[in-house]
Design a binder for this molecule. Sequence first.
Ligand code: ATP
Ligand code: MG
Length: 275
Amino acid sequence: MKASWSPQEAQTSRQAEEEIPFYLPVGNECALFEAAYRYRLPLLLKGPTGCGKTRFVAHMAARLGRPLLTVSCHDDLTASDLTGRYLLKGGETVWVDGPLTQAVREGGICYLDEIVEARKDVTVVLHPLTDDRRILPLERTGETLKAPPGFMLVVSYNPGYQNILKSLKPSTRQRFVALSFDFPASEAEVEIVARESGFPRERCIPLVNLANRLRALKGIDLEEVASTRLLVYCAILMREGIDPFEAAQVALVEPLCDEVQVKEGLLELVRATYG
Ligand SMILES: Nc1ncnc2c1ncn2[C@@H]1O[C@H](COP(=O)(O)OP(=O)(O)OP(=O)(O)O)[C@@H](O)[C@H]1O
Ligand SMILES: [Mg+2]
């Protein structure tokens, strides 16, 4: 007997299958994803926070018509959180598939976000699935599942705040083809921000230009820079009538740093555009 997996248990989400989420390609990534899917190659996406990795996977899964199961990895995640476990339900012990097992059974796409947060003994569960065997042994039930053609594994991480202890084992890493993401070029980013926020395109142009000037400070004063996500937030606030300087302050400066002097430096640049 099977029961359905409770999403809270593994911070899993399942995408509704009706609509295709908007994604503006910034390079050849859609063709690459499709080729990887066709030839059953596991895919690793890396890039800074808020640059479109999750949206890209959501878009591609919908485009390919596959169910998408997303797991946000963290250091308490166990192999059973991915594969499944026996649970007591109404006095009966029932096996409940984890998201990875569900994706394998359904021929769906399993997306493990922030894979470097998962412990190495957890990531080895992925090994037999990500070489030419494409199998998932479930020790607890004695089953060995063979992944159907529709199954694909996609993982992602942000190399920025990753430390040496949190890198992937080479034997894990070398099971994936890897796509590197970055913030979209200005024109594309204007398109994305306008579309996502509903703020007029011509008013998104100075905002993206400002973001690029702020991003140029990376490494000098800042570790992380304003993401496309934050630009969308900023444009939404402006659209809602918030004063542009204040919108930029709360969406592009405050989320990035706490040091007064650094903030002052960033606000100088904001003032030059919206002062
Ligand atoms: N190419 C794109 N097309 C459409 N929307 C985009 C694109 N790039 C970024 N976005 C916008 O930026 C937001 C953040 O993107 P997303 O959540 O995919 O980032 P991420 O790379 O997964 O970040 P994190 O590493 O923090 O999970 C999206 O919700 C979307 O509004
Ligand atoms: Mg994401």
